[in-house]
Design a protein around this ligand. Structure first.
Ligand code: KG4
Ligand code: ZN
Length: 366
């Protein structure tokens, strides 16, 4: 039985991560994660209310050797036992990406092993296959993170077709920015998630934009379900900047924008109502797209998929509509290298490798 060991490195934003995974057999996916190490920079960036790119790249430089060494140790793998090195090529912060890409190139070159470039969002999508190797296909996958909110159609494993995306803010970005308006620490998503548990999600009716027109400035979609004209294409898009403004206006009307004079109960109501508006917008669009594409399952991946209310409502709605909903474990929801290892193994199997002239790409397209 063939066996492939891969080391994966992820440094696209503010987490330095490395993982070792093994693929056993060749007929069906049989990936096993042997180790997955993450050094988070959250404490460094919290002071500034968001990720400071220059600080992030410098911290990646400090952490990368230790993180990779630990991933090797925890998996009891020697460098010589690696068959390939995978790395996130983009999208992300270019200074951060460069640290991982340079490290991976040096290691692959020194070991004379193939270098496998991975798209960060493909990593998030493949995190679903890591948890559910038999994910029913075709599937629709919602990738919802700090930088992206996009819907992909997967006719088969390894093929990802963009069918919807946010026109402005990503959902995670909206969580982070609304948290800032409310005087809550970075990253806002987990904090709003926690505070919302004490609040009434029906207390405030925040509006959610419902896009009904195609984006005239965007390239036409690459794939449409049968019977859907490109005029309808925009209906699978999202928009969150208006919701963020609605929260800002609510605070302003309430007390001239001063979040300090809000009681804990009201804060919890604002958080819960905002969270419910985001979750409804995400799920309405994701289920509608799944129906249009006759998908056999709906996957939800990326940092915001860690949201407890999103997980709960997605599973409930999936049961009601008879559509299996799959989510990664919490460890695999936010940025990690195990998902990059999974994506790397699939690409390696497809024969995709890069030369040592590989460069980091901040806006890498999928
Ligand atoms: O995937 P990720 O770790 O990094 C990117 O690729 O962007 O996602 C980070 C985002 C942040 O905006 C963070 O606030 C959000 O995911 N997030 C959450 C939760 N945990 C992380 N949003 C809502 N609820 C959560 N529990
Ligand atoms: Zn991510």
């Amino acid at each position: 039985m063939s066996k492939t060991n891969i080391l994966a490195i992820e440094t696209s934003c503010d987490e330095t991560a490395a993982a070792v995974a093994v693929e056993r057999g060749s007929d069906r996916i049989s990936w096993e994660i042997l180790s997955s190490v993450i050094a988070s920079q959250v404490e460094i960036h919290r002071e500034w209310g968001g990720v400071v790119p220059e600080l992030a790249s410098r911290q990646h430089l400090r952490d990368i050797c230790g993180v990779v060494e630990r991933a090797l140790q925890e998996s009891s793998t020697e460098l010589g036992q690696l068959d390939a090195v995978a790395v996130t090529q983009g999208p992300g912060l270019v200074g951060s990406l460069l640290v991982g890409v340079s490290f991976a190139k040096a290691l692959a070159g020194a070991l004379a092993r193939p270098l496998v470039p991975v798209h960060h969002l493909v990593g998030h999508i493949e995190s679903l296959f890591l948890c559910h190797p038999d994910l029913p296909l075709p599937a629709v996958v919602l990738v919802v993170s700090g930088g992206h909110t996009s819907l992909y159609y997967l006719p088969q494993a390894g093929t990802y077709r963009l069918v919807g995306r946010t026109r402005d803010d990503a959902a995670g970005e909206a969580f982070d920015k609304v948290a800032k308006l409310l005087g809550l620490p970075y990253p806002g998503g987990p904090v709003i998630d926690r505070i919302s548990k004490e609040g009434d999600e029906q207390a405030i009716k925040f509006p959610v934009a419902r896009i009904t027109h195609a984006d005239r400035s965007a390239a036409p979609p690459t794939v449409l379900p049968p019977g859907l004209s490109s005029n309808h294409a925009g209906r699978m898009d999202f928009s969150f900047s208006g919701l963020k403004t609605a929260v800002a206006r609510y605070l302003y009307r309430r007390n001239n924008g001063d979040s300090n004079s809000i009681s804990q109960n009201e804060l919890a109501d604002i958080c819960a109502s905002f969270q419910r508006a985001v979750v409804d917008a995400l799920l309405d669009r994701a289920f509608e797209t799944s129906r249009r594409f006759n998908a056999c399952s709906l996957g939800i991946a990326g940092g915001v998929s860690a949201n407890s209310r999103l997980r709960e409502l997605a599973i409930d709605r999936g049961r009601q509509e008879g559509l299996p909903v799959v989510l990664p474990t919490l460890h695999l929801s936010t940025d990690n290298a195990a998902m990059i290892a999974a994506a790397g193994l699939r690409r390696l199997r497809a024969g995709v490798t890069a030369g040592l002239d590989l460069n980091a790409e901040a806006s890498l397209a999928l």
